[in-house]
Design a protein around this ligand. Structure first.
Ligand code: CA
Length: 238
């Protein structure tokens, strides 16, 4: 589908020339000659690009651009200016244009800018699409007998039924699961799961281990999954 461009220029001869050349490139172009019509057309057609002259009847290009940006118009805006000293303000944050051309400019230069801006929009849209569809098709799953940890969904199941875990319990279980068979000291667990880089109260770990055992052990009093290691820590057996 052709990309839509709204062209706002009040000099008839220049408007005609720009319109002709843009259409020749295959763009779908609508042209208007004053600021208020520009606002109305931009809202209605939601163009992929706006080419906007600054000096316009009824409302100038700077006001048009500011107004549209306030309405969350996100398409690129190329400003046409007759004066070099306007450029800083126009492309700055205050007005929100993306690029500018100082009159007189060559048609080749305008086309290059138009292409560059539209290409940039396409790249941003492709990135956004990628983020939207980036959830992996198969969840990342760690399985230990009848116990499974779904990392994608932060869900733990026992015999295929989900068991409710508090966020800290989940983090602790995941840490154990990722270090299966290793002796983990209370201090190390505190540092890695709770993010404490000082020797905190290591009873916190004991309390959470007790809660976890009640949820995932057959006999929490005689644990076989999270076993206590003499001399100061725990080991996850799976
Ligand atoms: Ca003008």
């Amino acid at each position: 589908m052709a990309e839509k461009i709204l062209l706002v220029e009040d000099e008839p001869a220049l408007q005609d020339t720009l319109l002709y050349n843009l259409q020749k490139q295959g763009y779908e172009v609508e042209a208007v000659g004053d600021g208020l019509l520009a606002l109305e057309a931009a809202r209605r057609m939601q163009p992929d690009l706006l080419i906007l002259d600054i000096m316009l009847p009824r409302m100038d290009g700077v006001e048009v651009c500011k107004t549209l940006r306030r309405e969350n118009f996100t398409s690129p805006v190329i400003m046409l200016t007759a004066r070099d000293d306007e450029i800083d303000r126009v492309v700055g944050l205050e007005v929100g244009a993306d690029d500018y051309l100082t009159k007189p400019f060559s048609m080749r230069e305008l086309m290059a800018r138009v292409k560059a801006q539209l290409r940039r929009t396409q790249l941003i849209r492709a990135e956004l699409d990628k983020i939207k569809t980036s959830e992996p098709a198969t969840p990342q799953l760690l399985t230990f007998g009848n116990l499974s940890v779904n990392i994608t969904r932060r869900e733990v199941s026992l015999n295929d039924s989900p068991i409710p875990l508090k966020p800290q319990e989940y983090d602790l279980l995941l840490f154990f699961a990722e270090h299966k068979g290793q002796m983990l000291s209370r201090e190390f667990i505190l540092e890695r799961v709770w993010g404490w880089d000082y020797i905190g109260d290591s009873r916190t770990v004991d309390v959470h281990v007790r809660w976890l055992r009640q949820k995932i052990e057959i006999d929490p009093g005689n644990p076989v999954r999270i076993v206590t290691v003499r001399g100061g820590g725990y080991r996850f057996e799976g």
